[in-house]
Write a protein that binds this ligand. Sequence first.
Ligand code: SAH
Ligand code: SF4
Ligand code: F3S
Length: 447
Amino acid sequence: MMERLYWIETWGCQMNEHDSEKMAGILEGLGYQRSPNVEAADLALLNTCAIREKAEEKVYQALGRLGEAKRQRPEMIVVVAGCVSQLAGQQVRERAPMVDLVIGPRAVSRLPEHLARLEDERGIVDTTLYQDSLMRRSEPVRKMKERGKAWVTVMEGCNKTCSYCVVPATRGREESRQLDDILGEVMALAAEGYVEIEFLGQNVNAYRCPQSGAGLADLLRAAGRVEGIRRLRFTTSHPLHLRQPIIDAMAEVPEVCPALHLPVQSGSTAVLKAMRRGYSREKYLERVEQLRRAVPDIALGTDVIVGFPGESEEDFQQTLSLVREVGFDQMFSFVYSSRPGTVAGMMADSVPHERKVEQLIELQALQREIQFERHQRLVGREVEVLVEGRSRRSEAEWAGRTACNRVVNFPGEEVEAGQMLTVRVTEARPNSLRGELVRADEAAFLT
Ligand code: SAH
Ligand code: SF4
Ligand code: F3S
């Protein structure tokens, strides 16, 4: 068989990165191999994100660059997948006519059929929000993540109606997988040597098994019992759906990591209302308290948007005060971006761009301080890390993650990605920790 090469570039969230793993698995099943660069590829796939305008622009820039490669090699197949495909499939074809296939996130498993059709037809657009997108998911997944850790999709789609967000339009209605199918995948991964599993879903705590009605708490308890699984995580959680059974499972199942990403978006109740988040500042703070009562050392992460339409300076101050009050361990913050087809997209984008940027800088400076302070408290402590690979800062060091999702860099010989090690924290930095190796875990995962 002639060797065919594929190239995938991915933007966006973990769900999108995991979709890329699935598509890579499908392509490898069809006999493709990973290309070292885009120029040599027989198939180039862009897996896109539409969450903010900038993310969408990047896709068109990448398509511009791909156009050059395609002129050199007209037989190259160009595929655009992901959320931009779903939102603006026809537009992608109009702006970049050289695109051969546009495929939405809920049509990922249809990739083989569409590639076969491309033999005699160009310019296929499939943005059907297939209801069975998860049921059909049995394709092999080509893991691109570090060894030792794997993602597992438990649900797709979002039934929320946050006024600023395109995700309900790009990913469709919520759909959960059967609990037994998920457990089967977890067991297979454990047998392969994976020790950490992260359950994925746009609104993961709304997970409900279509057959038994079991929820995320039941899934966590069952997955915790799978032999070989040492760490469980799940993302992304909506504060409204974080009910007591899930919090109890976090407290009681030792494998569930003491870390949670719980996007707040704003510290002002008025803005939260305009965002249609369904909770107030007080309600969010209550949830945090409830979590900390159950899991005292929990590391909390969040997302914040600044400059929402109609947001006042006072509202922004409320966000700063909430961030101070909670003391998050991690924060992703964004300048509000008006998106087509959303309710907020119809409101006047009232905060000037320059002011939004200033607010973002102020918020990020505050978060840096908080994180640094929280990291300093860990100096001297021994932490268990799962090694991800070489450190980004230095080839001589390794990088691993603690159960509470902090990055620890440390020197060491005879270390391998996928190992569980105990490291003593020697130095705190705002975004990471430094440490020294204490010992390798007895049950270390070695390949
Ligand atoms: N399902 C998740 C995350 C969705 S997108 C959740 O509900 O939390 C990831 C983050 O992007 C969001 O949490 C939000 O902070 C940000 N985001 C979404 N739409 C945005 C927009 N129009 N402008 C700026 N940031 C946005
Ligand atoms: Fe978007 Fe809200 Fe759904 Fe998250 S919960 S994906 S922010 S609509
Ligand atoms: Fe982006 Fe789609 Fe994820 S819009 S953030 S890739 S769900």
